[in-house]
Design a protein around this ligand. Structure first.
Ligand code: PMP
Ligand code: GLN
Length: 379
């Protein structure tokens, strides 16, 4: 079979969650909360289902939800986006990311990504016939090397994919990074795909530097987010993409034939909840910062080294004082033998560096974090 994605295997999130289940291990690998979504949100879904919101939603998304998203963007980033022509609801951020790439990348185009990179970007570029250009974020700071970006930009560069707060490193970009990106792409025709699914999970008083704060960048950007992260409901798979009207037209050409529309009652429920409970996302930084702090303090006395993450619900742990094994081997062994599953970071690189990190998800209730801490201290 002459396959379209010869290098692609099964995603690490499936592999590690399956192994965790098989071994009965604590699953801190794939990122998802082990606590419930807000009760009022669940109630709203049930209410809308009973009220009959069970048929196709509008292709671009339920209008009330797109308006609620536009209102949140105005409140958070001071940006005005048009709910009708610039916001599209998708079946998870994953769908939006793939739709954008399929909509803009032409055969032979180059797409710049920063390694370690979320694993869905490159296969989509390949499906589009493009070429992924990988630039490393050097450990341990994982800051972009803007001179390397400048050198990588060429006549074939079509798209740059950015992700802040960053999965898997938990780093967040600063204003200077966005300013540099704007400068380097000025007058180039390059599009930006900004993966901001962790936009509401930033710590220590930091500000999320959304592309939507930077009009010059926003004018040629697709900004993607996910309700799964913000509302503790990753299994609902509802996300959205914000882009200028002309770019949104192109995005919707793909979206309408990939899924057509996204699950209806959940869109209505999210619209209600966003309007009625703005406190939920406003309190998310403090909520997850407390979990990060608890997880990090439980590691005191362990042989794992770390710098507390600045955002996301992932903490990288450097195990070099513990083992010389490859991270993929250690992640499997710890799942089998120690009863704790994590994600090996090397899988997110074209050329994995020598650094040794495992990623742990701390979107867990206190009892889970305590158990994880006890296992990790004993290693
Ligand atoms: N991008 C990043 C960086 C992520 O961590 C995730 C979470 N899985 C996604 C995209 C996809 O989000 P969703 O589950 O809404 O498809
Ligand atoms: N984004 C989640 C993570 O990084 C997993 C998403 C998935 O399973 N595809 O763990």
């Amino acid at each position: 079979l002459d396959t379209k994605l010869p290098k692609v295997g099964t995603t690490i999130f499936t592999v590690m969650s399956a192994l965790a289940q098989e071994c009965g291990a604590l699953n801190l690998s794939q990122g998802f909360p082990d606590f419930p979504a807000p009760e009022a949100l669940i109630e709203a879904v049930a209410r809308h289902m009973r009220a009959g919101a069970n048929q196709y939603a509008p292709m671009a998304g339920v209008a009330a939800l797109r308006e609620a998203v536009a209102a949140k963007i105005a409140a958070c980033y001071g940006a005005t986006v048009d709910a009708v022509s610039e916001v599209t609801v998708t079946s998870g951020a994953t769908e939006a990311l793939t739709d954008v790439i399929l909509a803009v990348v032409r055969p032979g185009d180059e797409v710049i990504v920063f390694d370690p990179a979320y694993d869905s970007y490159e296969p989509a570029v390949e499906l589009a016939g493009g070429r992924t250009v990988h630039l490393a974020l050097p450990a341990p700071a994982f800051r972009p090397d803007w001179d390397a970006v400048a050198a990588a930009i060429g006549p074939r560069t079509r798209l740059i994919v950015i992700n802040t707060p960053h999965n898997p490193t938990g780093r967040v970009w600063e204003a200077a990074d966005l300013e540099r990106l704007a400068e380097l792409t000025r007058d180039t025709g390059i599009f930006i795909l900004s993966d901001e699914v962790y936009e509401h999970i930033v710590f220590d008083g930091r500000r999320h530097e959304s592309v939507l704060r930077y009009p010059e960048l926003a004018a040629r950007a697709f900004v993607v987010s996910s309700f799964g992260k913000t509302f503790h409901a990753t299994g609902w798979k509802v996300g959205y993409c914000v882009a200028p009207a002309a770019l949104t037209v192109e995005l919707r050409k793909v979206h309408q034939y990939v899924t057509f529309a996204t699950v209806t009652p959940i869109q209505w429920a999210l619209a209600d909840f966003l309007r009625e409970h703005p406190g939920h996302w406003q309190e998310l930084p403090a909520f997850y910062q407390a979990k990060r702090d608890r997880f990090c303090s439980l590691l005191a006395g362990s042989r794992l080294r770390f710098e507390p993450c600045a955002g996301t619900y992932f903490q990288l742990l450097d195990y070099s004082a513990l083992s010389a094994e490859r991270d993929v081997d250690l992640a499997r062994r710890l799942t089998r033998e120690a009863g704790i599953a994590s994600i090996p970071v090397s899988v997110f690189y074209e050329h994995p560096p020598a650094s040794r990190y495992l990623r742990f998800c701390f979107a867990k209730d206190d009892a889970t974090l305590e158990r994880a801490g006890a296992i990790l201290r004993g290693l």
